[in-house]
Design a binder for this molecule. Sequence first.
Ligand code: SAM
Length: 294
Amino acid sequence: QSPEIGSRTRTRAIMEKYGIRTKKSFGQNFLTDLNVLNNIVAAADITKNDNVIEIGPGIGALTEQLAQAAGEVLALEIDADLIPVLREVLAPYDNVTVLNQDVLAANLPELIQQQFSDPTRPVKVVANLPYYITSPILMNLLASPVNWAAICVMMQKEVAQRLTAKPGTKQYGALTLAIEYQMDAKIAFEVSRKVFVPSPNVDSAIVVLTPRQQPLAVQPFDKQKLFGFIRGCFAHRRKSFWNNLQGVVGKDKTTKDRLAAILDDLQISPQLRPERLSLAQFIELANALHAAKL
Ligand code: SAM
C-alpha cells in the first residue's frame, strides 16, 4: 500500500478521516518517519520466523512495517477508539491481530499460546512505548515467564540511558540492575522529537534487550528480595552506601558491627556510593546478609 501509514501525509489523512485526536493520557505520540520505522525493525532483527508482540500500535505505522518483516504480529492497544481504525488500515495484512488490551493487565504467555499459529517460534517485543509507563511495562515483560528473543523498544532518551548505564554513573540504579539481571542492553540509535505527531518534549532512543550471553556469576537466594534490597540501597543516592544500608538492615550497635564485618569480608568499602557496586556485588551482599539473618 502506498503511501505507507508511517508517512506524514498518510498519518495526517488517517487522523483526519477517522477524526483522531491524540490522547496525552495514553502517551500517544505517533511516529511519522519511515526511515526510523525501518531502522526499528532492523534493530530488532525481525525475520519471517518471528512472532512479534507490539505494544501500543496507535494507528499502525510500526505495525505495518512489522507485518511486512515478521511471521505474525500481535498488537495490543489500550485505546478502544483506535481499534476500528487499526482493523481497517491494517486489513491488507493477514498476519496481524489487533486486540483491545492493556498490556499491563495482559496474560502474555496465554496470549502467545492463543494468538500465534506457531507459539514455539521466537517471540520479540517491538514498540514505540507509551512513555508514562515505560518502567512498569519493562518490569512486567521481564517478570513474565516468557523467554523473549528480543525486546526492542523506543523510550525517552533519559530512561534509555538509565537502562544501559555503567556502574559509577549518575544514571546507574535499581532499573539498570533489574535489566542487567536478565538481559544485555544497548542503545541502538537516538530519535529526534521532531518525527512524532504531536512532538513530545523529550528526545527518544531505541533500546535493544537480548537474553544475557554470560550467565550470572552468583545466583541470589531470592530474586524478589534481592531487588527489594537493591531499591533500598538506592533510596538515598547522595548518601554513602553505609548510610543506605543501615536504613535497610538496622542501626543498632550489634547490627552495625555485623554489617561492617560482612562488608569487610566482601571487600566492599562502606564509604562508596551505592552506584559504585556491580550487580555481582549486590547479589553477594544480599546473600551474605540473608545467611547472617540480617
Ligand atoms: N506505535 C504507534 C507509533 O509508533 O506511532 C503509537 C505509539 S504511542 C507512543 C503509544 C501507544 O501505546 C498509543 O497508541 C497508546 O494508546 C498505547 N498505550 C498506552 N498505554 C497502553 C497500555 N497500557 N497498553 C497498551 N497500549 C497502550
